[in-house]
Every structure is written in C-alpha cells, then in structure tokens.
Design a protein. Structure first.
Length: 75
C-alpha cells in the first residue's frame, strides 16, 4: 500500500514539474520536440500496420483463389 502511495506521489510530482518546465521557452521547445517525435513514431506504426494488413489480405485472397481453383478441378 505504501508503494502505491509513493508511486502516486511521484507521478503527481512529475506532472507538476513537467507543467512548470513547459512554461519556459526551452521547456516548450523540448515538449514540442517530444510531441513531434511521438507523432512521427505513431504514424510509422500505423503505416507499417496498414502495409502488413495489405500484405495479409493479398495472401488470403491468393489462397482463396487457389482453393477455388482446386475445388473447380475436383468437380
């Protein structure tokens, strides 16, 4: 229980310090830089996800075509 309380106090203190640092020009630039890098990373993850999804959909479509072709040959 004491550990959870200390964690909560640490998180609150971190937010307070970050808020105060963000008020300075250097702090604002720092957090803007972190924000832009986080957005770039998020965009890269989304792009990778979409590319992989497209690859998998193409593979499933190809497999369906092969299965339909084999089914037609059996008939």
């Amino acid at each position: 229980m004491k550990g959870i309380l200390l964690l909560a106090i640490g998180v609150a203190a971190g937010f307070i310090v970050a808020h105060e640092v963000a008020k300075t020009p250097e702090g604002k630039r720092f957090f803007d830089d972190i924000d832009s890098k986080a957005r770039e990373f998020g965009s890269a993850v989304v792009d990778g996800y979409k590319a992989r999804e497209a690859e998998l959909r193409a593979a499933v479509e190809e497999a369906e075509d092969v299965m339909n072709d084999l089914a037609d040959r059996i008939k």
